[in-house]
Structures are given as structure tokens and as C-alpha cells.
Design a protein around this ligand. Structure first.
Ligand code: ADP
Ligand code: MG
Length: 319
């Protein structure tokens, strides 16, 4: 199959409506995009390498979903709304069955989050998927890492540890009922970009990011950028029923603290804004939990029932 035929068959969608702001999509040397009046462009790129970020023999539809969703999570972390994305694919071979499934999964996620594929690149080589997402955010509204202050509360959305637990489930390492295993596998392949949650936090959170390398490592970035330290109360970490069903609580806690791949938001809220955030949580409008507070100093410190808690490892490092 020729490269251009491959792009036309699997990635061009003449039937799909062009998203807003797409002046020119796939097919020319560049896409031409028009952000809405006065909006800033938020841009992020992530590469997923076979056998590093996903098992090479995984369901191609799941790989595609994951590739787009982890990128959308970066837009969520900034409080940006998804608009467009590009896809750079390196494939060992042009396998029609694989490409059809990959394209199907990709467009399910793209349509679910209103993000239009506007271009890309296709090359031969070891399987690797690069997605670049583009979104819009109002000027000065973005949720950055450098705005946190001493005394701010630290919160996370939904629950932590499912990313690492999900990988263990995908690898067949967990002894759990099938319903729990299915939940964890889905959390691994289809992490939910917390776009709606982020919109609620605009103007309330002082800093935010998404947790890709583990809470301790990622909260460490907020601390470094904002020149503060953090204290995490390990007993408050929100855990899913699937993880709570496992016997080894210490292992589950370490997944929640350092496992990574959760793609939940970690954000900070000044004490003065906590009543508003607390009300949203109480009303069920925001699924989030207070897990700690910012203090003077540097680094992220964990306490379990008031006693210092020692970590095995502090997050995934590529090199
Ligand atoms: P060029 O050689 O000018 O860089 P390409 O031959 O790489 O262009 O791509 C031709 C067109 O197809 C471009 O519009 C490009 O953005 C698009 N494209 C290439 N690969 C993909 C892909 N995997 N998904 C979506 N669009 C793609
Ligand atoms: Mg060109």
C-alpha cells in the first residue's frame, strides 16, 4: 500500500464534518487553522513507543485511544479546550487490519472530545505514535504550574493508582475478579482527560497539572515552579474499589504515589477559594479529594497517619 493511499483510506474522513477553525485540513503541506478570536493556542505533543508506553501487541484501537487521550489530558491540565491534532505514525508494516482498527479507535476518541485530525506524517520503522494536540484557552486563564502559594490545599481528581494497577492488570499480574480487571484495563487504555473538571477550576485553582509520572514526581514540578514544598497525607489518597479489593495496601499506596499513568489532575487551591471548591465537591459537580497542603521549603513529603512515609521510588524516568 502506498503511503498516500494509506493516509486517504485510514485517516482522511470526507464524511466527517470539519471541526471549527479548520481552514485547510489533511492533504497539503500544512494545515491552516484559525483559532477563535482572542483565544490563545495551547499546544502539546507526546510520543508513545511500543513496549515502552504500551505492549506492542495491544489492540490497535486501544493504543489509538490512549495516544489521543493522554495528549488531551495535557490540554485539560492547562484548562484548554481541544480543537485540533496531528498524528505522526511510524509503522513496521502497512497492515490493513491494524490500521483500520487503529483509525476506528482514534476517531472514536477524537469525536468524543471534539478534536479534528488536521495532518501528520507516516514513516516506516519500529512502531511509534506521536500525537500533537492543539487547544484554545482564554488569555491569562490557563492553569499553570507556577501559581501555587504556601497554605494552598493540594487536591486530585477522581482516584489514583489505577494507571499502575491497570498496567499490572494488562500484564496479567493481578488476582482479581474479571469486573475489577476490566475496570483497570480500561483505566489504562482509556484514561479520561479531565477536561470538564479543569473548566470548573479556571479562576479557582492556583496551579494544576496532570499526573503522568506519579503524584509525588508531578506535584514536585508544581513545588519547584511555585517555590513551595508539599505535604501529602497518604491515608487520604483516593483509591478505586478495584484497588481496594487488593490485599497489598502498601503496594497500592505506592502505585497511587509513584505509579504514574493516572492522567488525573493534581491542583492547588488557596484557602480563600476552598469554600467554593468544597461546595462543588459536596454537590457532586467536581470529583476531587484534598490530599495535602503546601508549606515552606522544597520537595514533596509524605506522611502516613502523621508519621514520615518512605517511598520505594519517586516516579518513572525515561533515562
Ligand atoms: P509532506 O511530504 O509535504 O510533508 P506528507 O507526504 O508527509 O507531506 O503528507 C501528506 C499529507 O498527509 C499532509 O497534509 C500530511 O499532514 C498528511 N498526513 C500524513 N500522514 C498522516 C497521518 N498519519 N495522519 C493524518 N494526516 C497525515
Ligand atoms: Mg510538503
Amino acid at each position: 500500500m502506498h503511503e498516500f493511499e494509506l493516509i486517504r483510506r485510514f485517516f482522511q474522513r470526507p464524511e466527517a464534518p470539519e471541526g471549527p477553525g479548520v481552514v485547510l485540513g489533511i492533504g497539503d503541506d500544512c494545515a491552516l487553522l484559525q483559532p477563535a478570536q482572542g483565544q490563545q493556542l495551547a499546544l502539546s505533543v507526546d510520543t508513545l513507543v511500543a513496549d515502552v508506553h504500551f505492549p506492542a501487541d495491544a489492540d490497535p484501537a486501544e493504543i489509538a485511544q490512549r495516544a489521543l487521550r493522554v495528549n488531551l489530558s495535557d490540554l485539560a491540565a492547562m484548562g484548554a479546550s481541544p480543537r485540533w491534532f496531528t498524528l505522526a505514525l511510524t509503522l513496521p508494516e502497512a497492515d490493513e487490519h491494524w490500521l483500520r482498527a487503529f483509525g476506528a479507535g482514534l476517531f472514536v476518541a477524537a469525536d468524543a472530545y471534539g478534536c479534528t485530525l488536521v495532518g501528520g506524517d507516516t514513516t516506516a520503522g519500529p512502531l511509534s505514535i506521536t500525537v500533537q494536540v492543539m487547544g484554545e484557552v482564554a488569555p491569562a486563564r490557563a492553569l499553570r504550574r507556577d501559581g501555587a502559594g504556601i497554605g494552598d490545599y493540594v487536591l486530585v481528581t477522581h482516584c489514583l493508582g489505577d494507571g499502575a494497577g491497570g498496567l499490572a492488570a494488562v500484564r496479567g499480574e493481578l488476582d482479581l475478579p474479571e469486573a475489577e480487571l476490566a475496570y483497570l484495563r480500561a483505566r489504562y487504555y482509556r484514561p479520561e482527560p479531565r477536561l470538564a473538571e479543569a473548566q470548573r477550576l479556571l479562576g479557582l485553582a492556583s496551579a494544576a497539572l496532570d499526573i503522568s509520572d506519579g503524584l509525588v514526581a508531578d506535584l514536585g514540578h508544581i513545588c519547584a515552579a511555585s517555590d513551595v514544598a508539599a505535604q501529602i497525607d497518604v491515608e487520604t489518597l483516593p483509591l478505586s474499589p478495584a484497588l481496594l479489593a487488593l490485599d497489598d495496601r502498601a503496594r497500592v499506596r505506592d502505585w497511587a504515589l509513584t505509579g504514574g499513568d493516572d492522567y488525573e489532575l493534581c491542583f492547588t487551591v488557596p484557602e480563600a477559594r476552598m469554600p467554593e471548591v468544597g461546595l462543588m465537591i459536596a454537590r457532586g459537580e467536581l470529583n476531587a479529594t484534598v490530599v495535602g497542603q503546601l508549606v515552606t521549603g522544597t520537595g514533596v513529603h509524605c506522611l502516613l497517619d502523621g508519621e514520615p512515609y518512605t517511598l520505594e521510588d519517586t516516579g518513572y524516568k525515561h533515562f
